[in-house]
Design a protein around this ligand. Structure first.
Ligand code: ADP
Ligand code: MG
Length: 291
């Protein structure tokens, strides 16, 4: 009986570790333990980041080794679950605690990996969408993302009015047009339709993105997007933005989509989403124990 108990405890511990990997104690471990891009690690060091904040310690190991957190099959099950939208990570941490970097590091790193594998002929394919409730916030995220991806070739684009982004419509093949260095098209070029902008990472308010992707009659989808980040998720899920947010979410049709939510407060809107995810996750992983 003693042995049985010990085995049980060990397996609970293993389960626990599977769900909560070791917190990240220093940014240099990103390279050692999680093999993130050397250039991204350099960019972090260059900006003087040394010790991760608490939310970074907790979130980064989960996001950089998603198979630990979820398991590929479980991720697929969750994504196709009939119990409504499923989230992969909910991070609640106070304002100023460094949530931006916590979601940007995995997003940038993943885009680099995808480009290394040459997922598209020109190397750019819309890999991540980051949604934030205000233009100011979106442009802050653009700035941080550009600093983080300096020298990596990753194209970070902030959505602007009227912009057409490759991979958000059915016109990816038209995307061979001139762009300036930042991937911005000149909207004032005479005599032709607004060109298509290529992006690996697109950052937008819900309204701007949705009006761009739903300007076509067809069912719009974002088939290449692997990660959807909702920053200030409490606001994005409140009645004002809710429909737009779910419009974007539903357009992300990849079965293995990773959805992460970031917020300073835990409102009932995100709590409901989280608890339905936790319930079905527990069922699917066959977990009985409450963590
Ligand atoms: P939040 O989104 O959680 O409100 P931000 O991501 O905007 O917070 O970060 C707030 C500030 O903290 C930013 O100026 C950012 O550069 C800084 N910061 C983030 N992570 C770290 C860190 N590990 N060490 C030092 N400063 C950090
Ligand atoms: Mg923030």
């Amino acid at each position: 009986a003693k042995k049985n108990k010990a085995t049980k405890e060990a397996s609970t511990k293993a389960e626990f570790r599977q769900i909560f990997p070791q917190p990240l104690s220093s940014f240099s471990d990103l390279r050692k333990t999680y093999s993130i891009s050397g250039r991204v690690a350099e960019n972090l060091a260059q900006q003087g980041y040394q010790i991760p904040t608490e939310v970074q310690m907790g979130s980064l190991p989960l996001l950089l080794q998603p198979q630990l957190a979820l398991g590929k099959d479980a991720a697929r099950d969750l994504a196709t679950s009939t119990e409504g939208p499923q989230i992969n990570l909910l991070s609640v941490a106070p304002t100023g605690s460094g949530k931006t970097l916590a979601f940007l590091i995995p997003v940038v790193n993943q885009a680099i990996q995808r480009r290394r594998k040459g997922a598209t002929d020109d190397g750019h394919s819309l890999d991540a969408i980051i949604v934030a409730p205000t233009k100011e916030l979106a442009s802050q995220i653009v700035n941080e993302a550009k600093k983080l991806s300096l020298g990596t070739g990753i194209r970070v684009v902030g959505m602007r009015k009227g912009m057409r982004v490759a991979g958000t419509q059915d016109d990816v093949q038209e995307s061979d047009r001139e762009q300036d260095e930042d991937g911005n098209d000149d909207p004032h070029k005479p005599g032709r339709q607004q060109p298509v902008t290529k992006a690996d990472i697109l950052i937008s308010t819900p309204g701007l993105l949705l009006s761009s992707i739903s300007s076509r009659e067809e069912n719009v989808h974002l088939p290449t997007v692997r990660t959807l980040v909702l920053d200030e998720a409490d606001v994005l899920l409140d009645p004002l933005f809710r429909d737009q947010t779910f419009g974007i979410w539903n357009a992300c049709t990849r079965p293995e989509l990773t959805v992460t939510l970031w917020s300073a407060t835990m409102g009932s809107n995100i709590e409901n989403l989280a608890s339905s995810t936790i319930q079905s996750r527990r069922q699917r992983l066959g977990l009985k124990k409450e963590f």
